[in-house]
Design a protein around this ligand. Structure first.
Ligand code: NDP
Ligand code: NHF
Length: 350
């Protein structure tokens, strides 16, 4: 059993807790942190969590827990990671690891220096169909991987802080592109060095400083291309799709819209809605088990099994740092309108 302190009571703190309590079922969120005692108490009551606190350092240092899960806005990740490393706690952090690769590198160095277990919670390399696809690709069924296209688009984030460039570290690229970049990296091979990026990004719709649309191409040392397409202004729900093209085959994955369940309700207050859907009536495209479809159950099984077995999980802070380095180069490329080199002061692949 792993005893967990959950930092954050928002969308992802709730999804993680749901997955943890349902998955291996022996793992428990023992303690939850929110800035607000009311939110913390409500979260604890809803998810059957014994204790809550409105003090971040108390939550991280609490003696009764083994691991800390960071489900806080991006600008609080580094502070929470540093405190967890200092307290000698295993630490699992949501995406993106940092707002920049400099932040991510400091976090990687801190957990490694402290010798604590660390996991990067990139759920979208863990959906069951992605795991099956990865197994096939690794067995060579698709031949040499040439091109991976990964797309995540929706109408825009659900909380204010995402829209603040300073707090989030950017716009749609850091928020959604981080998923697409790691999905492509997983299919191309995480030991293959990402070399350079060319990226277009613009603020086409929303009154914000950061980009609400972007398309980027990441060139890997073996010639493969990872393409990401992101939007915070796509209408019609959340479009989550991946395509993998190899010399011997093709793989297409659709995770969200029209995945097999289509429903019509003449009412406009139907209960059967899905994350980021824009309507609760008319034709709807729900997802049967959202938590499972997004890979949270399988992700925590890998993370917590790895912790028990004294091995690394598939996604560590090192992966989060590589993703942040690719995101940084993408932002430079938007400005320069040229291919930009990906700076990786630490590289552990081929
Ligand atoms: N698929 C995935 O892996 C997803 C990952 N994420 C990531 O999870 C993190 C949190 O996102 P999400 O849960 O969607 O965000 P929410 O806005 O839904 O929740 C944020 C939580 O942080 C708490 N919080 C503590 N301090 C602050 C602060 N200074 N400002 C704002 N909130 C604060 C808020 O609670 P309170 O007000 O009670 O203190 C709230 O519980 C982000 O890093 C995001 O990128 C998000 C969605 C999906
Ligand atoms: O995939 C996701 C869905 O949207 C959220 C808000 O933009 C993201 O933070 C999240 O990673």
């Amino acid at each position: 059993m792993t005893r967990i302190a959950m930092l954050g009571t928002g969308l992802i703190g709730s999804s993680y807790t749901q997955a943890l309590h349902a998955g291996r079922s022996r793992d428990r969120v023992q303690l939850v942190y929110s800035r607000s005692p009311e939110n913390a108490a409500a979260f604890a009551a809803k998810w059957g969590v014994d204790r809550w606190t409105a003090n971040l350092d108390d939550a991280i240092g609490d003696d009764s827990t083994d691991a800390v899960i960071i489900a806080l806005p991006n600008d609080l990740h580094e502070r929470a990671v540093m405190a967890a490393a200092k307290a000698g706690k295993a630490v699992l952090c949501t995406k993106p690891l940092g707002r920049s690769s400099a932040e991510a590198l400091r976090m990687l160095r801190a957990v490694e220096a402290a010798g604590v277990f660390h996991g990067y919670l990139e759920d979208l390399v863990y959906p069951p169909k992605t795991l099956k696809g990865l197994q096939s690709v690794q067995a060579g069924d698709l031949g040499r991987i040439l091109w991976v296209r990964s797309r995540e688009t929706h109408p825009g984030p659900h909380s204010d802080w995402f829209w603040n460039q300073q707090r989030a570290g950017g716009g749609a690229i850091i928020d959604l592109g981080c998923h697409c970049i790691e999905i492509a990296r997983a299919f191309i091979g995480k030991d293959i060095r990402p070399v350079e990026v060319v990226c277009w990004g613009d603020t086409q719709v929303h009154p914000i400083e950061a980009e609400d649309h972007a398309i980027g191409m990441v060139r890997y040392e073996n010639g493969a291309i990872g393409q990401f397409e992101v939007s915070w202004a796509f209408r019609g729900g959340m479009d989550l799709r991946d395509e993998v093209a190899g010399t011997e085959g093709t793989l297409w994955l659709n995770h969200w819209l029209r995945t097999g369940m289509e429903m019509y309700s003449a009412k406009d207050s139907a209960q059967c809605t899905t994350e980021k859907s824009e309507r609760s009536g008319g034709w709807m495209f729900p997802v049967g088990d959202e938590v499972a479809a997004l890979g949270y159950n399988t992700m925590f099984t890998d993370m917590l099994d790895a912790m028990d077995q004294g091995r690394q999980p598939s996604e560590t802070f090192y992966d989060g740092y590589v993703v942040n380095a690719i995101v940084d180069a993408s932002y430079r490329s938007i400005q320069s309108k040229r291919w930009e080199t990906i700076d990786l002061p630490i590289w552990r692949g081929r």
